[in-house]
Design a protein around this ligand. Sequence first.
Ligand code: NAP
Length: 435
Amino acid sequence: MPTYRIAIVGAGPAGYFSAQALQNSQDENRVFAIDLFERLPTPWGLVRNGVAPDHPKIKSVSKVFEKIASDPNFRLFGNVELGRDISIEQLKENYDAVILATGSSVGRKLGIPGEDLPGSLSAADFVPWYNGHPDYVNCDVPLNGKSAIVIGAGNVAMDCGRMLALDPAELNSTDTSDHALVAFHQSAIRKVTIVGRRGPEHAAFTSPEIRELPKLENTDVIISHSEIESAKIRVAEKLESNKELRNNLEAMLEVSQSPSKNHERKLAINFLLTPIEIIGKEKVEAIRFVRNEVINEKVSATSEIIELPCDLVISAIGYQVLPIPGVEFANGRVVNENGHVADNLYVVGWAKRGPNGVIGTNKSDSSDVIKLLLAKLLSAAKENSDISKIFTNHKVITQSGWQKINAAEVEQGEAVGKPRRKLTIWNDLLSLGQE
Ligand code: NAP
C-alpha cells in the first residue's frame, strides 16, 4: 500500500484540520505520513497565541489537534522556519504534496499621520503579547494612561477592547501570560472606546461576542441606543432576510439598553468615525476623526471633525500575510486557485483566503483543499527520503518535546488554579522541549 508523504507548514487550525482531512481519507489503498513544520517551538497557532484568554472554551479545540498528532504517521517539526531552516524547493522535492498553512501575522496599517507614535500599536502586537508569544514578550504596551481607543469593528477589536476594559481579577484564572497579567493589574486604563468607521449595520462583530459584554463583572458597556435604532431603520428591509445582521443589531440593542452599574471601568462602542490622524508630541494624546454618515446605504464623510483624547491606541483593522520566499502573493494572500498554488504546492487558511473566518471555518476550508489535492495526487508515491537528516544540527521540537512543554505548563498552571502557565522565553522552550 503506498504511503504518501505530505508536508504541512504552519501548526495552526488550518494546518491541523488539513492533517485531519488527510487522515480521514486514508483507506486500504493509501496512507498519509504527515510532517507538520512550525516556526515556533509550540504548535496550535492562533489557538495558543490569538484566542483571548477569557475565552477558554474556544481553546478546547486543542484536544482535537492533539488527537490528530497522536497518529503514528504524524510528526511535528517545531522551531523550523520556512525560508530559514528549509526551503519551499526542498519541501516540494521531498514530499508528494506541500500545504502552506502559514496564516497572516502582520497587522494592517492605518496609514495615517502619528501611527508610529509611542502608545500606538497594532492588535497584531498586543494580542500575542498578552498571550505569551515568545517574540512579543518585550512589546511596549503603555497602560499608565486613563483611556484607550481601539480602531476597528471586528472580533479582534472586541477582544482587545474587552481585555483592556475588564477587571483583571477576571483574568487571574486564565492562561494570560504572567507579564501581561501583572501589567493589567497595574493598568490605569479605565475607559476603552472601540471605534468603527462605518455604521452598526456594517460591524464585523459576531453576535455571541456582543452578547457576552454585559457579563463583564466590573465594567459598564456603553452603546448609543439611538445609533442602533437609526441603523435598524436604515436596513429595515434587509432585516427579514439577513439573520446575521438581525442578530447583531438585536444584540447591540440589548447592550445599549442594559442599565449602567456605575462601574469605574467603561467599555464604549462608537460608530461612523474614520481616524484621520493620531495626535501627540512624544506619545499618543488623541485621535482626530472625521464623522461619517450613511445615505442610501453609502457611507461618506461629513465636514465634522472630532478629537477624542486617549493614551493608548490599538489598531485592530485586519491582518496581512508575511511573504514567503519562492511563493507569489497578491491581494494579501498567496496566489491560488481554490487552494492549489502550483505543481504539488497548496495553501489553506488565512494565507489562502485572507484573514477572515473563525477557527471552525478552517475545517471545511481545509477539507475542500484536501479533496482537490487528492484528486491531483500522482498515482505513484515519491521515494522515501527522510527530511529529518537536514536537521541533525538543529534543535527541532518534536511532538514528544512539545508534550513535555505542554505538561510542564499545565502542571504549573494547575498549581495556581489556571489551565496553564505559558513559558514565554525562546531558550526555556527550546531546552525544555529537547528529547
Ligand atoms: P475583521 O472582522 O475583518 O474586522 C476588521 C475591522 O477593521 C472592520 O470593522 C473594518 O471596517 C475595520 N477597518 C479596516 N480598515 C480600517 C481602517 N483603515 N480604518 C478603520 N477601520 C478599518 O478582522 P478582525 O477583527 O481582524 O478578525 C479577523 C477574523 O478573525 C474575523 O473573521 C473574526 O470574526 C475572527 N475572529 C473571531 C473571534 C471569535 O470568534 N471570538 C475572535 C477574534 C477574531 P470595514 O468593515 O469598514 O472595512
